[in-house]
Design a protein around this ligand. Structure first.
Ligand SMILES: Cc1ncc(COP(=O)(O)O)c(C=O)c1O
Ligand SMILES: [Zn+2]
Length: 409
C-alpha cells in the first residue's frame, strides 16, 4: 500500500489523491485518507519527530501532503491542555482537562484542518477555495487563503454568524456571500457549484481537513504523557471534528505512541441534535432537523454531512451522544469563564455542559479521566456573552462614588 490512500468510507473504493474529490464516484459517500501504519512507523523512526515542538506540523509524516511541499502555516496547533483543578473541584471530580483549541491563530480548531487543506489546495494548483460556514470555517479559510494568495469565497447563513467571525472573514479578504437560508442550504450550494465554478471545497467533507484536525488527538496523548483519557467530550455540528479526533486516537494507538483510546461523547444542542436523536432512537439513518436552532450558532446544523463518520466514532469508541439545552450551554460557558479563566464561545462550552449533565445523571463516574474539547474562543461571539451578563455599573468619576458603590454590593 502507498503511505496514504483515499478511500470511500462505505464501499472502500480507492480514489486519486491528486485530484479534488469529496464523495465516492461509485456510491456517493464521503472519502477518508487511510494511513499505512507499518510504513509510517518506519518513516517516523528516521525523522526528528520527537524533537519538534507541539504543533500540527510536528506530525508531518502522518499528514498526507508531499514531503517536499511547502506548508502554509501560521503556527496552528500546540494548544494547551489545561488541568482544570478549580472547575474539577466545583464539579466534584477528581480531575478534569480542557483542550483549549480556541487558542489557535484564528481562535478555533478549524485552523488545524485549514493549514492542511490550503497546503493541499496549493499542491493541486487550485486558484479559488470555498466553504459554507456557521462562522469559524470562513474565518479560518479566509486567513489561510489570504496567506496562500488564493481567492476565497465563503457562504454564510444570513444573520446567524457571530460578529467576531464575520469581522475575521471580511478582514482576511474573503468574498463573503450572505445566503438567505441556513448552513445546510449554503453547504448544498457549495457542493453543487464547486466543480462548475472551479472552486476547491474546504468544508469538513474535504478529507484533508480531517487529516489536520486529527492532530489534536495526537497532541492530547502527548500532553498526557503517552496515554489517552478515559473520556473525550466534544461538540458535534457537522460531525467532522469528533470523527477526526477518533481517527487521531486510533492511529496514535496503532503507531504505539499512546495506550488506549477514549470513549467519545458527542454533545449536540437540543435544537440541532440529529446525531443524538439517531443514536437515541437506534436508527440506521440520520433524520435531518429541518429548522435547527441554538444560541451556539457554530453547531446550528440540522443535516451534518459527516454523520456516518461521527456515528462510527461515537459507536466504535463506546461513547455515544447526548443533548444540552441553550441554558445549560450558557451556564457552562459562564462557569468555565468565571472559575477557570477560560473564555469559550457557546459551542466551545457545549462539551462541558454535556459532561455536567452526564455527572448529574450518573452516566459517568466523578473519578473518570476526562478531557473536554473547547473548540472556539469566547471573543468570537461578544453578543452571546454580553447578553447574559449584567451591565457595567455607571458612577460619577469620584472616589466617593466608587466607595459608595462597593459598600452597596
Ligand atoms: C466552535 C465550534 N465548535 C464545534 C463545531 C462543530 O464541529 P463539527 O462541525 O466538525 O462537528 C464548530 C463547527 O463549526 C465550531 O465552529
Ligand atoms: Zn463508495
Amino acid at each position: 500500500m502507498a503511505p496514504f490512500e483515499m478511500r470511500c468510507i462505505v464501499c472502500g473504493k480507492v480514489h486519486d489523491m491528486d485530484r479534488p474529490a469529496y464523495a465516492c464516484t461509485s456510491c456517493g459517500n464521503l472519502l477518508e485518507v487511510s494511513l499505512d501504519i507499518r510504513e509510517a512507523k518506519e518513516r517516523l523512526a528516521k525523522s526528528r519527530f520527537g524533537k519538534r515542538a507541539l504543533s500540527v506540523w510536528r506530525y508531518r509524516e502522518l499528514i498526507p501532503v508531499g514531503p517536499k511541499t511547502k506548508v502554509c502555516s501560521i503556527s496552528e496547533g500546540g494548544t494547551p491542555l489545561i488541568k482544570c483543578d478549580a472547575l474539577a473541584e466545583r464539579l466534584g471530580m477528581k480531575s478534569l482537562w480542557i483542550k483549549f483549541d480556541g487558542t489557535n491563530p484564528t481562535g478555533s480548531f478549524k485552523d488545524r484542518g485549514m493549514t492542511v487543506g490550503i497546503t493541499k489546495a496549493k499542491e493541486l494548483g487550485m486558484k479559488t477555495v470555498t466553504c459554507a460556514s456557521t462562522g469559524n470555517t470562513s474565518a479560518s479559510l479566509a486567513a489561510y487563503a489570504g496567506l496562500a494568495g488564493i481567492r476565497c469565497v465563503v457562504l454564510i447563513p444570513e444573520g446567524k454568524v457571530a460578529l467576531g467571525k464575520l469581522a475575521q472573514a471580511m478582514m482576511h479578504g474573503a468574498i463573503v456571500v450572505s445566503v438567505d437560508g441556513n448552513f445546510d442550504q449554503a453547504l448544498d450550494m457549495v457542493m453543487r457549484s464547486s466543480n462548475k465554478l472551479g472552486m476547491y471545497v474546504l468544508n469538513s467533507v474535504n478529507p484533508f481537513r480531517i487529516e489536520g484536525q486529527k492532530t489534536a488527538a495526537y497532541e492530547v496523548c502527548d500532553q498526557l504523557g503517552g496515554v489517552s483519557p478515559e473520556y473525550l467530550y466534544i461538540p458535534v455540528g457537522n460531525g467532522g471534528n469528533s470523527a477526526a479526533y477518533w481517527k487521531g486516537f486510533t492511529e496514535y494507538e496503532e503507531l504505539g505512541f499512546a495506550s488506549g483510546r477514549p470513549m467519545i461523547r458527542g454533545i449536540q444542542a437540543a435544537g440541532a441534535a440529529p446525531v443524538a436523536d439517531m443514536l437515541g432512537r437506534g436508527l440506521d439513518e440520520l433524520v435531518p432537523v429541518a429548522k435547527p436552532d441554538t444560541v451556539a450558532t457554530a453547531i446550528r446544523i440540522g443535516n451534518p454531512a459527516n454523520w456516518r463518520k461521527t456515528v462510527r466514532a461515537l459507536k466504535d469508541s463506546g461513547g455515544g451522544a447526548s443533548t444540552v439545552t441553550d441554558d445549560e450551554i450558557l451556564s457552562a460557558q459562564r462557569l468555565m469563564a468565571s472559575t477557570q479563566g477560560i473564555f469559550a464561545e457557546p459551542a466551545g462550552a457545549a462539551a462541558l455542559a454535556g459532561l455536567i449533565k452526564d455527572l448529574e445523571q450518573g452516566r459517568i463516574d466523578s473519578s473518570s479521566e476526562v478531557v473536554c474539547v473547547s473548540t472556539g474562543h469566547g471573543l468570537k461571539d461578544p453578543d452571546a456573552a454580553v447578553a447574559q451578563c449584567k451591565r457595567p455599573k455607571a458612577i460619577e468619576p469620584t472616589v466617593e462614588a466608587l466607595e459608595r458603590l462597593l459598600g452597596e454590593l
